[in-house]
Design a binder for this molecule. Structure first.
Ligand SMILES: Cc1cc2nc3c(=O)[nH]c(=O)nc-3n(C[C@H](O)[C@H](O)[C@H](O)COP(=O)(O)OP(=O)(O)OC[C@H]3O[C@@H](n4cnc5c(N)ncnc54)[C@H](O)[C@@H]3O)c2cc1C
Length: 454
C-alpha cells in the first residue's frame, strides 16, 4: 500500500496539514498549482500566501474564541502559528503578520523537511486511490470545482457564499421578540416556533430603509456577481429597488401575531432562524449583505429586539467555493462516499486564515494517523478545534449551511454560569479553561512522532 499523503493546495490549510503529517513521520507531497496557474487574489508562488488582510485577529486566549484557536494550534506545534509569531507586527491585542516573509518562511520550512516534497501543477480530478487531502480553498480552480460538483452533486457545492448575519441568542431582547413560524406551520411545537420574530412599526421601518440606503457598502470583485445575483439579492439592493420591496420579501409581516402586543399589526417583521443544534446562534433570514462591517452593526441594531445584539459573524457575499460539509463529510473530514479523500480549510465551510489552518492541522493529523494505522479519538467538542469541526460536520443546519468563523456560540454551555452580557467574562474564561484542558488531553493521546518516513 502506498503510504504517501497527497495534499492538494498549499495554502493555510494545506501547509499546516503537510507539516503535521510530516512530523508524524508520513511522506507528504503538496500539489500546488501556483505559480503555473493563478487565482485573482494570489500574487506569488509561495505557500500560505495571505490574500487580503494581514491579521490573524485577536490573540486573547482567555476571552476570545479565535485567540483560543491560536493557543490550541501553538500547543499542537503548528507551523502557521510558529511562523506568524516569528513575523509578528505590532497590532495591539491582535496578531498581525508581515505577510511576505511569513509566507516565505512557511515555504522554506516545508521544503526543508525531509518528508515533504512540493509539486507544481493543477489537480483537476478526485483520485480513485491513495490518501488525499483537498485544501484548495475559496478559489478552487474551475476544473477541479467541476469535478467535485460532479462527485458531490451540484447543490452540495457552492461557488459563492451569501452570509446573513448571525446573532448570539442570549443577546436578543425576548421582551420585544417572540418565537413563531408563519401561520404556525409545522407538525411539532418545535416547528411551529422555529422562527424568532422582531416587529417594526411604520416609522421604524422607514428609518431602517433610510439607514440601509445610506450605509457604506463594499464593491464586488470583477466576475463575482454573475451566478449569485440569480438567487439572493443583498438587502440593500432590494431596498434600492423600492422602499416596499423588503416588506414584500424577507420582512413581510404576514401570518404572525406578536404576543407582547396582540392587537397591533406589525408593519414589517425581521425573522431569525436557528443556526446550530445547540440553539445558541440565530441567523437573520434573507439578510445577506455587502454593507461594510461597521455599518452592519449600527443598522442591524435598529431592529427592535436586537438593540444589544452581539454578532457571532456579520453578513457578506463573496466568491467562495465550499462544500455542504454537514451532509458530505464524516467526523474525520472524509468524503463519506470516498473515504480516501479528506477536505480541509475554507472549502469545508470554515472561514478565515486561522480557522482554515486549524482544519488543516486536524486533517493532517487524522490522515497521518490513518496511514500509520493509529487510532485517534475524535477531537474533543469542548476545544475550539473540536467545536469547529463538530459544527461543520454535523452541528450546523445542513439546509442553510454557510461558512463559519470560530465563536463561543459553537461551544456547549458551561453548567451553572450566568447567561447574557453580565456573565460574559466569566463564561468566556470558563469556556477557554475547559477547552485548554480538553485539547491538552487530546494531544497527549496522539503525540507527534518525528520518526523516519514510513
Ligand atoms: C478575495 C479574498 C479575500 C480574503 N480575505 C481574507 C482576510 O482578509 N482574512 C481572512 O482571514 N481570510 C480571508 N479570505 C479567506 C481566505 O482565503 C482563507 O481564510 C484562507 O486563505 C483559506 O485557506 P485555505 O488553505 O483553505 O485556502 P488558500 O489559502 O486559498 O489555499 C488554497 C490553495 O490551493 C491552491 N489550488 C486551488 N485549486 C487548486 C488545484 N486544482 N490544484 C492545485 N492547487 C490548487 C491555490 O493556489 C491555493 O494556494 C479571503 C478570501 C478571498 C477569496
Amino acid at each position: 500500500m502506498d503510504k504517501t499523503l497527497h495534499i492538494v493546495g498549499g495554502g493555510m490549510a494545506g501547509s499546516e496539514a503537510a507539516w503535521q503529517a510530516a512530523r508524524m513521520g508520513v511522506n507528504v507531497v503538496i500539489h500546488e498549482m501556483r505559480p503555473q496557474v493563478g487565482t485573482f487574489a494570489h500574487r506569488t508562488g509561495d505557500l500560505a500566501e495571505m490574500v487580503c488582510s494581514n491579521s490573524f485577529r485577536s490573540d486573547d486566549d482567555e476571552q476570545n474564541a479565535v485567540g483560543l484557536l491560536h493557543w490550541e494550534m501553538r500547543k499542537a506545534g503548528g507551523l502557521i502559528m510558529e511562523m506568524a509569531d516569528a513575523h509578528r507586527l505590532p497590532a495591539g491585542g491582535a496578531l498581525a503578520v508581515d505577510r511576505d516573509p511569513f509566507a516565505r518562511a512557511v515555504t522554506d520550512r516545508l521544503r526543508a523537511h525531509p518528508n515533504v516534497s512540493v509539486e507544481t501543477g493543477e489537480i483537476t480530478d478526485l483520485p480513485d486511490d491513495g490518501q488525499w487531502i483537498f485544501a484548495t480553498g475559496p478559489l478552487t480552480s474551475e476544473k477541479l470545482g467541476q469535478s467535485i460538483a460532479r462527485e458531490t452533486g451540484s447543490t452540495a457545492l457552492a461557488f459563492f457564499d451569501a452570509i446573513a448575519p448571525i446573532v448570539y441568542f442570549d443577546t436578543i431582547d425576548m421582551d420585544k421578540a417572540w418565537m413563531q413560524s408563519r401561520y404556525d406551520k409545522g407538525d411539532t411545537e418545535e416547528e411551529r416556533t422555529a422562527y424568532l420574530n422582531c416587529p417594526m412599526d411604520r416609522d421604524q421601518y422607514e428609518a431602517f430603509i433610510d439607514a440601509l440606503l445610506a450605509a457604506e457598502k463594499t464593491e464586488f470583485h470583477e466576475g463575482e456577481t454573475a451566478q449569485y445575483f440569480d438567487g439572493c439579492l443583498p438587502i440593500e439592493v432590494m431596498a434600492e429597488r423600492g422602499r416596499e420591496t423588503l416588506r414584500h420579501g424577507p420582512m413581510k409581516p404576514v401570518g404572525l401575531t406578536n404576543p407582547h402586543q396582540p392587537d397591533v399589526k406589525a408593519h414589517a417583521v425581521v425573522q431569525l432562524r436557528r443556526d446550530n443544534a445547540l440553539g445558541t446562534l440565530y441567523n437573520i433570514v434573507g439578510f445577506q449583505t455587502k454593507m461594510k462591517y461597521g455599518a452592519q452593526t449600527s443598522v442591524f441594531k435598529m431592529i427592535p429586539g436586537l438593540e444589544n445584539a452581539a454578532f457571532a459573524r456579520l453578513g457578506g457575499i463573496h466568491r467562495n467555493t465550499f462544500l455542504n460539509s454537514p451532509t458530505l463529510l464524516d467526523a474525520q473530514m472524509r468524503l463519506r462516499a470516498r473515504p480516501n479523500i479528506r477536505f480541509a480549510g475554507q472549502i469545508t465551510g470554515v472561514e478565515g486564515y486561522v480557522e482554515s489552518a486549524a482544519m488543516g492541522l486536524l486533517a493532517g493529523r487524522l490522515a497521518a494517523a490513518e496511514l500509520l494505522g493509529k487510532d485517534v479519538p475524535a477531537p474533543p467538542q469542548d476545544s475550539a478545534m473540536g467545536a469547529l469541526i463538530h459544527h461543520i460536520t454535523g452541528g450546523a443546519e445542513a439546509k442553510t449551511f454557510q461558512p463559519m468563523n470560530v465563536n463561543f456560540g459553537l461551544f456547549r454551555p458551561v453548567d451553572g454560569l450566568k447567561g447574557g452580557r453580565r456573565g460574559r467574562r466569566d463564561r468566556y474564561k470558563a469556556y477557554t479553561d475547559r477547552a485548554k484542558a480538553a485539547w491538552s488531553d487530546w494531544l497527549a493521546q496522539c503525540p507527534l512522532d518525528e520518526s523516519e518516513p514510513v
